[in-house]
Write a protein that binds this ligand. Sequence first.
Ligand SMILES: Nc1ncnc2c1ncn2[C@@H]1O[C@H](COP(=O)(O)OP(=O)(O)OP(=O)(O)O)[C@@H](O)[C@H]1O
Ligand SMILES: [Mg+2]
Length: 287
Amino acid sequence: MTVESQPSVSLETAIKVETRRQPMPPRERLEQIFDIQDLDAIYGSKAAVKGVTMEVYKNLVTAIIGPSGCGKSTFIRCLNRMNDLIPGFRMNGSIRFQGEDITASSVDPVAVRRTIGMVFQRPNPFPKSIYDNVAWGLRVLGMKDNLDERVERALTQAALWDEVKDRLKASGLSLSGGQQQRLCIARAIAVEPDVVLMDEPASALDPIATQAIEQLMHDLKSEYSFVIVTHNMQQAARVADMTAFFSISTGGEGQRWGELVEYDATEKIFTNPSDQRTEDYVTGRFG
Ligand SMILES: Nc1ncnc2c1ncn2[C@@H]1O[C@H](COP(=O)(O)OP(=O)(O)OP(=O)(O)O)[C@@H](O)[C@H]1O
Ligand SMILES: [Mg+2]
């Protein structure tokens, strides 16, 4: 695709793929962490997402983008059985996580959430001290050895330690929004999960806090795998190695459901997508 053919919101400028993102390893060298096959996510009798088939790779940042209501949050919450908490929710298809189908009823959702942590759109620290917020999961799991060290490590990894090391006993709620979100990230990574899911983690944050969160994903992906929902194209282009574009399909009787349109290396999605719907979305002509 030539630059001349780009619509007014040029990918070259608006969605600058930053150089700090290293080139992706070749696909055959990537290790699969999730193998999702023909996944439907259904609330009551209404499918929110249908037929999603994709692999998520280890030690990468994977972005989920798409218009409001296309099922991004529903989808990401399937990955750690978080939707189980919603009455009437069910899934068809399979989600193999490191080989095991975590949609199976025999699988303990609490155990799944220990290895697949989650950070939400709104920072939700517990009304406890900064220290206790981070130590909470460690205590629940009985990971009580070297508690101070583990708390410090998680806060350092979440790029918050320097700002809070002198007030660890202060309430988590006394922090700014951006700090609270980093505290929630510290809480999620303290228990050493394999995957951290983030649903629009920076949407309520200022550009500096947003940048801190993007930087920490970049710095930590050698230890964790991240799946992030974002409405911010520049953010997806900056942080994600792989990007999945979801869109809304419509059927008879006014039915609407989300489906995966295109999934590829971020660079490809943003500069040379295969599907017209992806191009329309990433260039701002739709959604
Ligand atoms: N708890 C719920 N109960 C019933 N339907 C729901 C529930 N949560 C979401 N839905 C429906 O599922 C569909 C997808 O919603 P979802 O929140 O996953 O979309 P989204 O892509 O995350 O949107 P946004 O970008 O606005 O956050 C919508 O039609 C929504 O109304
Ligand atoms: Mg959402």
